[in-house]
Design a protein around this ligand. Structure first.
Ligand SMILES: C[S@@+](CC[C@H](N)C(=O)[O-])C[C@H]1O[C@@H](n2cnc3c(N)ncnc32)[C@H](O)[C@@H]1O
Length: 241
């Protein structure tokens, strides 16, 4: 595996570009179906937004009625989250653990795109153990990640086919994207993780997989889709403790 992975979001230029991002283009499909999934499977109450970035997904979760805390390892992203949402609690955590987070306390953990940026299988597994520790019995995890297909097709909001190594990448390898919806067009480092590996992590850490959802565009949206009507860019895993 390529070992030069760095968190692309620990960077002030990236953070300020990302902070302006709402739910355009391909991102719209990630958030469109979340309210129904959350309403169907997750108990209402206290929530964590794991890898909250500049707080876009935290504000989204708070707007659904959850008392939400945003956690991230990037001080750059969290500084903007604080600025944009002074009524929401955000906390800087260590990479690989939920330090300072209480046991058996939360009803829902949303992780929106965060696992795309977690470098190793061991760290992903350790984080799911931490999720198990801090969730109440019956609590849910919604893990929204990029589908492996994201990295070998182009999209309304991303370019990926300009990176030849994406096509040969194995699980654990670095893959790159360019987010065309922000002003920062430098490549973002992600780490490929297959569906089979996610499922292993879930069962190894004691979670029950309730649903795997792959959102597609209908073609009726006023967005210039590229592949979104036939290939799902995202995978949403719904898990229960
Ligand atoms: C693609 S951004 C998504 C931000 C936010 N969820 C959203 O949808 O706007 C991924 C975020 O995950 C954070 N991240 C990466 N590794 C992390 C880790 N080990 N623990 C917590 N956050 C992490 C990054 O710093 C970054 O802010």
């Amino acid at each position: 595996m390529n070992t030069t992975f760095t968190n692309s979001y620990a960077d002030t230029t990236r953070a300020s570009a990302y902070a302006k991002l709402e739910f355009p283009g391909t991102y719209y499909l990630a958030f469109r179906d979340l309210p129904e999934l959350i309403e169907t499977f997750a108990p209402m109450g206290k929530a964590i937004d794991f890898g909250c970035g500049a707080g876009r997904s935290t504000r989204f979760l708070q707007s659904l009625g959850y008392e939400t805390t945003g956690l991230d390892i990037s001080a750059e992203m969290l500084a903007l989250a604080h600025q944009l949402s002074q009524d929401i609690k955000f906390q800087l955590i260590d990479d690989g653990r939920l330090n300072g987070v209480q046991n058996d306390h939360y009803d829902l953990i949303l992780s929106a795109f965060t696992f795309d940026n977690i470098s190793t299988l061991n760290k992903k597994t350790a984080l799911f153990r931490e999720f198990y520790r801090v969730l109440k019995k019956g609590g849910c995890v919604i893990n929204l990640v990029s589908s492996p297909e994201l990295y070998i097709n182009d999209w309304a909001s991303f370019r990926t086919t300009c990176f030849p190594h994406n096509f040969n990448a194995q699980s654990g390898d670095i893959v790159n994207t360019i987010i065309t919806d922000t002003e920062d067009h430098r490549p973002v480092d992600d780490v490929l993780c297959t569906d089979a590996e996610y499922r292993n992590i879930f069962s190894e850490t004691g979670f029950k997989l309730l649903k795997t959802h792959k959102p597609l565009a209908t073609g009726k949206e006023p967005i210039a889709w590229v592949n979104e009507t036939r290939i799902a860019p995202w995978t949403i895993y719904v898990l229960r403790k």
